[in-house]
Structure formats: C-alpha cells, structure tokens
Design a protein around this ligand. Structure first.
Ligand code: NAD
Length: 245
C-alpha cells in the first residue's frame, strides 16, 4: 500500500456533525487520510481515526492534529440552543484554542466553516458579496460569535509563519442526514404552524446542498497556498451547477 503523502493528512473538527460527516466521506474518496475530533461520536467510518473531546481543551485536540497539515473547523453548538455562554465558550474561546493547537502541532492550513449570517443585518441581501461589512447588530448570539470566530481565523493567516486560513460562508445547508433545517420545517408544517406568509410569498432564501458546501471547502483547502489570493479571505457559498470532482 502506498502511504498517503503528508499533505494529504487532514483533521476535521466537528467531523461527527451533519456537514462534517459529508466532508469526511468526500475527503476519504479523494485519498486523504482523515482524523475526526468531536465531542460526540457518530457511526464509525472505516479508515478514520476518531478523537473524542471538547475543542476548548488544547491538550485533547493535539493528538488529533499530530502530523496533520490541513484542518477543517466545522464544529459549533446548534444555533437553536440560543445559549450565549455556550456560543462564546465554543465559538470564540474554543476557536482561539484551535488556533493555538494548530500552531503547536505545526498545521499549515485551516479552513473554517463560517456562516452567511455574519453579514445579515435584518434587511434583504440579494447577490451579496464578500465585501459587505460584518453585521453591526447580528441577528442572534450564535451569529455574534460566528463573526468574532471568523475574524479570529482570518486574522491568524500569516504567510511568514506558514499558516494559511480561509473561511467558507454557507447559508442554510440541506441534504441527507440534516438534523435541523428540513426536519424542523416538516415538523412545524405537521403541527399546522405554517399557515402564515410574510410578504407576498416571493421571498428568497438561500439553501445549499451539503455536497456543494463540501465541494467549496475542499476547493478552498486545495487552493490555499502562499501565492493564492484566497489567503485570509471569506467566501460565500451557494448552489450552482451539479458538482463533479
Ligand atoms: P452539527 O450540529 O450537525 O455539527 C456540529 C458538530 O460540532 C457536532 O458533531 C458537535 O458534536 C460538534 N461540536 C459542538 N461543540 C463541540 C465542542 N465543544 N467540541 C467538539 N465538537 C463540538 O452542525 P452542522 O449543521 O454540521 O454545522 C457545521 C458548521 O456549519 C457549523 O460551524 C455551523 O455554524 C455552520 N453552518 C451550518 C449551517 C446549516 O444550515 N447547517 C449554515 C451555515 C453555517
């Protein structure tokens, strides 16, 4: 068996989650060797080394990042919890811990799953670009902490130190295994609570198929090189043509 090249070793923090799991499967397909770090284990995937722990614990993170050159950070408490202290602990302090652990372990690239809501101020955005300012009044605590998290990660991008970062901003993600979006919609409809339309029924919301979100993450990771214009930048991600790798 050919040993995977060192630059094909990666870790997925939050790899037991909805997006993380799809990301891990696609990375394996593409020949990466993957370690998963998560506070909970989902069903095992062959060939994946699993590390259970809280990302706020640097010592727990380090074994998962050993000999890894690329890290995806897609862990977060669920937005629906609306637990301010938890969001601050995991998304802000936890992300600082992830950054320190990456430095200590010699990780070279970090891809963050951010959120399109970081630029949403409550008024309509159509074809919103990445140069929109961060929301001054974020819609909830979750978004408030996603803004701080994204800034921390992008500001940590340092070509001199050989540490490169990028952030991917999806809006709603749907697809197999989705624990929130579609199940909550269906449940609300079943309980007869979807009888009101706000506006004239022509409102648009951006939903992206999970495999397209995964595609965006992997493209970003593979393009993240010192000479690349994507270093330290956020990217909105949405659906387009079906994806072929
Ligand atoms: P998810 O809840 O399915 O997965 C998140 C994972 O993070 C879970 O497996 C959870 O156990 C893990 N986690 C949470 N706290 C942790 C901690 N302290 N230490 C270690 N692991 C921890 O959520 P998802 O929908 O897959 O979301 C993934 C990322 O995408 C998140 O960063 C989220 O903010 C972002 N996002 C999601 C959507 C969406 O519609 N699902 C939209 C925009 C952005």
């Amino acid at each position: 068996r050919i040993r995977p090249q060192s630059n094909k070793r990666c870790a997925v923090i939050g790899g037991s989650g909805f997006l993380g799991r799809h990301l891990v499967e696609k990375l394996l397909d593409r020949g990466y060797s993957v370690s998963v770090f998560d506070i909970r284990q989902s069903s095992e995937l062959p060939g994946v080394s699993f590390h259970q722990g809280d990302l706020c614990d640097q010592q727990a993170l380090l074994p998962a990042l050993k000999d890894v050159s690329l890290v995806f950070h897609c862990a977060s408490p669920a937005p629906a919890s609306d637990d301010r202290a938890l969001f601050e602990r995991v998304n802000i302090q936890g992300t600082q811990t992830v950054l320190r652990a990456c430095m200590e372990a010699g990780v070279q690239k970090l891809v963050l799953t951010s959120s399109a809501s970081v630029v949403f101020e409550g008024t309509d955005i159509k074809n919103g670009r990445e140069d929109l300012p961060y929301a001054k009044k974020p819609i909830d605590y979750y978004t408030q902490t996603k803004i701080v998290q994204e800034k921390l990660v992008l500001e940590a991008c340092d070509k001199q130190k050989g540490f490169l970062t990028v952030a991917i901003r999806p809006h709603g993600i749907f697809g197999p295994g989705d624990p929130q979006l579609v199940p909550i919609l269906v449940d609300t409809a079943r309980r007869g609570k979807m009888k009101v339309i706000i506006g004239d029924g022509s409102n648009l919301v951006d939903f992206t198929f999970v495999e397209n979100v995964v595609h965006g993450h992997i493209l970003a990771a593979e393009r993240l090189r010192p000479d690349s214009p994507i270093c330290g930048k956020p990217y909105h991600i949405t659906n387009d043509e079906p994806v072929r790798f």
